[in-house]
Write a protein that binds this ligand. Structure first.
Ligand SMILES: Cc1cc2nc3c(=O)[nH]c(=O)nc-3n(C[C@H](O)[C@H](O)[C@H](O)COP(=O)(O)O)c2cc1C
Length: 199
């Protein structure tokens, strides 16, 4: 008898209504290119607003980047249960509303329910939070998620790799996120150290 084929690793990707929809879209494109991961996509209503405004993409184009698409209202979906095995979840970008809901365990839609499940099952949760400046509620909510084992990953651009374009900045952040999720071979170029005059 043949051994059963190894199950594909599943990853939940949510796009919520913060600025930076490009991060979620580029992540889906990158995961598809790397292969080996079954992506489960969720986009909030405000997420769609930002996708249209910032990227000029329609729903069909974004849905086509994922393997499975869920409606955030469908709280009975597979990913609402811990019995459905996933590697974890990334919210890119993550609004302060979704952050607050996750921090307080509200599970008020499928996005925040899936994040709640990922935390309770001790799987990887990464939130690309985007707001500036932060108020105390934002900071406290980020602390709460960190205390529960989630990773707060604001998509702050780095300059040490000398990006020549916005695309290169986005790609660098997405590569770091993919590495953090551990679902593919490392894609971000490792810093090799530098020698410079410090005194
Ligand atoms: C164009 C636009 C840009 C927004 N940018 C942000 C943002 O950067 N960060 C944030 O927390 N909320 C932002 N918001 C507000 C959220 O979209 C709003 O709080 C919404 O209720 C979030 O819902 P969601 O978490 O279900 O996506 C923005 C809204 C719009 C329409």
């Amino acid at each position: 008898m043949n051994a059963p084929a190894a199950a594909k690793r599943r990853l939940i990707v949510a796009i919520t209504g913060a600025s930076g929809a490009i991060y979620g879209v580029r992540l889906l494109e990158t995961l598809r290119r790397l292969g080996g991961v079954e992506t489960h996509l969720l986009v909030s209503a405000a997420g769609w607003l930002n996708i249209q405004h910032e990227l000029d993409l329609d729903k069909a184009a974004v849905h086509a980047l994922a393997d499975v698409v869920h409606n955030p209202r469908d709280v009975g979906a597979s990913i609402a249960s811990g019995s459905f095995a996933t590697e974890g979840m990334i919210v890119a970008p993550c609004s302060m509303r979704t952050l607050a809901s996750v921090a307080h365990g509200l599970s008020d839609n499928l996005i925040t329910r899936a994040a709640d499940v990922v935390l309770k099952e001790r799987r990887r949760l990464v939130l690309l939070v985007r707001e500036t400046p932060f108020n105390l509620a934002h900071l406290r909510n980020m602390t709460a998620v960190t205390e529960m084992g989630g990773v707060i990953f604001p998509p702050l651009p780095a300059f040490y790799h000398k990006p020549a374009s916005i695309d290169e900045m986005v790609d660098h952040t997405v590569a770091r996120v993919v590495d953090l999720l551990g679902v593919a071979q490392p894609v971000a170029a490792a810093w090799q150290g530098m020698r410079g005059e410090t005194d």
